[in-house]
Design a protein around this ligand. Structure first.
Ligand code: ADP
Ligand code: MG
Length: 328
């Protein structure tokens, strides 16, 4: 009898359509729409876990990664407010802390969601470091806004301490940090050794903890990595067939926000590159998702899907979303 003598609760059902999938959860999937207070985060993570559990129950082997924008912003502010009481910690430490907190929330919610659909797995989160280049142009041209808006006087104090802050118009000033290219998942071998149809791994949260290698030694650096670009790297590193970028829109669109807005469905990498060149994807939001989907497929991944968390399952089945696949 199939499965006889095994612990049936951990027996993965695999079908010919089963894939190894990397799912990248956006900010909206792990925080409330307006707030990252603990109960909103908990509720959002529970919703995301339910959607992911459905895919696991379909037989897919799943690796989860996630953003940390609102969480790391809050942590930076806390550091700032308590600067005279507790020594502030560097940005890479903040990434590690949010990775761990979100990791435990996702693991706990996923275990429960999997139990509910009778698809128990070993669920675990890995503190994940990602290699970047010490010579990346991002170090001299920081571009990524993070944390709270402050007034000019406060921003000037931070600037005097050596940070980069930028006048962002009406809302005030915001800290700008480097966002170098993610080059290598340093925990790749550990992830590989854990991966199996019986496990669900959460890895490289918040884009991963940025590290540089100097004289053969690794050192954490003050930067934030783009979680979509890291997700593409992770998906290639684990040999995933599919990368699903789960956000709050069902698909990427051309003419987004205009009366001529048109959803992009199935698209080849070449056609999507050309839409990207025409400037259809905003740099701080849809841009990195499109770039991540393109990189994954151009480097040999079978398909990348950009869709909403609510449509995760349909997206995984190729029934909705922006589906990037090479020409047959
Ligand atoms: P996440 O938190 O999931 O990373 P983002 O807010 O960074 O989400 O990116 C998703 C957002 O990108 C959408 O809510 C939408 O407002 C915006 N967006 C910008 N350009 C486009 C586009 N061309 N098509 C669809 N959405 C777009
Ligand atoms: Mg984003």
């Amino acid at each position: 009898m199939p499965g006889e003598g095994r612990d049936s609760s951990f027996c993965a059902v695999t079908s010919p359509q089963a894939h190894r999938i990397v799912i990248a959860l956006g900010g909206n999937a792990i925080a409330g729409p307006d707030s990252a207070d603990p109960s909103s985060q908990q509720a959002a993570v529970t919703r995301a876990a339910g959607a992911i559990a459905a895919l696991v129950a379909d037989g897919h082997e799943v690796v989860v990664t996630h953003g940390n924008g609102p969480q790391v912003g809050n942590l930076l502010l806390k550091n700032e407010l308590t600067r005279d009481v507790v020594p502030p910690v560097p940005l890479d430490w903040c990434v590690a802390q949010t990775q761990a907190t979100l990791g435990f929330l996702i693991v706990t919610a996923l275990e429960a969601a999997l139990r509910e659909v009778d698809a128990e797995r070993l669920v675990t989160a890995l503190v994940t470091r990602v290699l970047v280049d010490g010579e990346d142009p991002a170090w001299t041209h920081p571009t990524k806004p993070i944390g709270q808006y402050v007034d000019e006087a406060q921003a000037r104090e931070h600037i005097a301490r050596g940070e980069s802050w930028e006048d962002r118009g009406e809302r005030g000033w915001r800290r700008i940090v480097p966002s170098p290219q993610p080059l290598e998942i340093l925990e790749r071998a550990a992830i590989e050794s854990l991966l199996s149809p019986r496990t669900v791994i959460v890895a490289a949260g918040g884009g991963g903890i940025p590290m540089v290698r100097e004289d053969g030694r690794l050192r954490g650096v003050e930067a934030v990595l783009d979680k979509d670009l890291t997700a593409a790297l992770l998906a290639r590193a684990v040999g995933a067939e599919r990368l699903i970028i789960a956000t709050d829109v069902e698909a990427a669109a051309i003419g987004f926000g205009t009366p001529d807005e048109e959803r992009i469905g199935a698209v080849t990498p070449a056609a999507l590159r050309s839409l990207q060149d025409q400037g259809h994807f905003a740099s701080g939001s849809m841009g990195p998702k499109v770039e991540a989907a393109l990189r994954f497929v151009e480097q040999g991944g079978r398909s990348a899907v950009i869709t909403s968390l609510a449509h995760l399952r349909e997206g995984a089945e190729g029934r909705t979303g922006t589906i990037v696949e090479p020409e047959e």
